[in-house]
Design a protein around this ligand. Structure first.
Ligand SMILES: Cc1cc2nc3c(=O)[nH]c(=O)nc-3n(C[C@H](O)[C@H](O)[C@H](O)COP(=O)(O)OP(=O)(O)OC[C@H]3O[C@@H](n4cnc5c(N)ncnc54)[C@H](O)[C@@H]3O)c2cc1C
Length: 475
């Protein structure tokens, strides 16, 4: 086999596998190395996203939402159920099948695009005239050479000092996705996206969930009005959220986990729970790459240092996704992967960081793009705001889910859309229209003048755009 490649990609998460496919499409002889193993020790490309992140969490969110609907909402539709039960083992098995379909899909895409896949850990050996030597430590050790190397090694869950993950009682996202039975009580440290999504899954399946958050504000990165609405909905659902806490000690034993903390008033408290999910952020994966040996510069937090084009400190070495600065989102990693492959081909790959959508897949879903009202205020930008509640949307009423709203923020003079924020049903899908609008520098009036299907949730988007000009039609 030819071991010399034009492009070697280390990591087959969304950043890496997409970079490899795009590089191959552009005519480069491309290799992709990934070390993730399935339970049989075989390759499981797709990274955190496919194996222990986006995909399995959405599978469980869907299953648990069906259960929640059957238990709490079907009766409103006149559907009666007796002996409703949940088979968690089957639910987890379905989630694993969904994951495997995605792993297999990526292996198929590699074949289709003629990307050579290596299963094992990749590390830099040396830099020479023909490019870089990269060793693959796997069942079959290899040494490859590549003119360009794209590092896409992703990130791992950050541990709380003194509370190492045992994945039995103290859980990272990995363990949180395979608890064999719904715990009676579940603690979650960190009210970010992962903590809220995982907390929602197990709450719907019967756990009493307490979320402990160090910051004094709930979802600080989210538009304040939207975060407030979401907080209200989560609290009504029974999620206990405590803000401004300071964790002092976590003790794990046979009877579960005990968390000693000071609440916002500084009063000592203890949370006793069967399981504890720790979701306090993620750290970049650079150990074992031999970054130091080869002179690849990391920043003070361990991320690979890159410029705006994802170029590292070494010529022809690039880095994308969670292992570099910027939001830790799968679609951000993918866009960077595509842009880097195109830059290698001499094209002008581009990622617009201002139009990257964010989604939290709780119920209600939260999604946004662009700037929040508090950011605009802080920047001193003159803006107009328009909101429209799902309560006044016919499709939402028919669905039986009228929580939340769509909110537009537009420039006070030009009417250019500066941010769109949604909390409510299908926010993850609705946000796409706002992303397209912002990419095309649309005004709020542009959206207000576009015909939207009736009855649809997207009419709330149109109405929120109309609200910017104070002329909603249905509210
Ligand atoms: C529970 C959870 C839910 C999430 N949900 C969402 C969501 O809904 N939407 C969203 O956009 N994002 C979500 N994310 C974030 C998303 O998963 C990451 O942003 C994304 O996976 C980053 O992609 P990546 O390619 O940079 O890295 P990763 O997906 O982490 O992939 C890196 C790959 O590189 C491999 N690797 C590392 N080092 C080496 C080495 N030396 N040699 C060979 N292979 C190596 C790893 O094994 C891994 O397979 C979620 C994350 C979690 C934990």
């Amino acid at each position: 086999m030819n071991k010399a490649f034009d492009v070697i990609v280390i990591g087959a998460g969304p950043g890496g596998y997409i970079a490899a496919i795009r590089a191959a499409q552009l005519g480069f002889n491309t290799a992709c190395i990934d070390e993730w193993k399935n339970e049989k020790g075989g390759p499981a490309p797709g990274g955190t996203c496919t194996n222990v992140g986006c995909i399995p969490s959405k599978a469980l969110l869907q299953s648990s939402e069906y259960f929640d609907h059957a238990g709490h909402h079907f009766a409103d539709h006149g559907i009666g159920l007796s002996n409703l039960s949940v088979d968690i083992a089957k639910m987890l098995g379905r989630k694993d099948t969904v994951v495997k379909q995605n792993n297999d899909g990526i292996l198929y895409l590699f074949k289709k695009n003629k990307v050579t896949f290596f299963h094992g850990r990749g590390s830099f050996v040396s830099a020479g005239d023909n490019g870089y030597e990269v060793a693959v430590a796997g069942a079959k050790p290899e040494v490859l050479t590549g003119k360009h190397v794209v590092v896409a090694t992703g990130s791992s869950a950050r541990e709380l000092p003194g509370a190492a993950f045992d994945e039995v009682n103290v859980l990272s996202n990995d363990g949180a996705l395979r608890i064999p039975a719904a715990p009676k009580t579940l603690g979650v440290i960190g009210s970010g996206v992962i903590g809220l999504e995982m907390g929602s899954v197990w709450r719907r399946l019967g756990a009493e969930v307490t979320v402990l958050e160090a910051l004094p504000t709930f979802l600080g990165a989210v538009d304040e009005q939207i975060a407030k609405e979401a907080h209200k909905a989560f609290t009504e659902q029974g999620l206990k959220i405590q803000l401004g806490v300071k964790i002092n000690e976590v003790k794990s034993g046979k009877k579960g986990v005990s968390v000693a903390y000071a609440d916002a008033a500084g009063v000592a408290q203890t949370l006793q729970c069967d399981k504890l999910i720790v979701s306090i952020g993620r750290v970049p994966n650079t150990t074992g790459l031999n970054a130091k040996g080869i002179g690849l510069r990391l920043d003070e937090r361990g991320f690979i240092e890159v410029d705006g084009d994802c170029k590292t400190s070494l010529p022809n070495v690039w880095a994308v996704g969670d292992v570099v600065r910027g939001p830790m989102l799968a679609h951000k990693a993918e866009e960077e992967g595509v842009a880097v492959a195109e830059r290698i081909a001499g094209q002008h790959g581009h990622v617009n960081f201002n139009t990257i959508p964010w989604v939290i897949y709780t119920s209600p879903e939260i999604a946004w793009v662009g700037q929040t009202e508090q950011q605009l205020k802080a920047a001193g930008r003159a803006y107009k705001a328009g909101t429209f509640p799902f309560m006044a949307n016919g499709r939402a009423r028919a669905l039986g889910d009228t929580t939340g709203m769509v909110k537009f923020l537009a420039d006070a003079k030009t009417d250019e859309i500066l941010g769109v924020h949604i909390v409510g049903p299908q926010a993850s899908e609705l946000i796409a229209e706002a992303v397209v609008a912002m990419e095309f520098k649309a005004s709020a009036e542009d959206i207000a003048r576009i015909c939207h299907a009736h009855p649809s949730l997207s009419e709330a988007t149109k109405e929120a755009a109309l609200a910017v000009d104070k002329r909603t039609l249905n509210f």
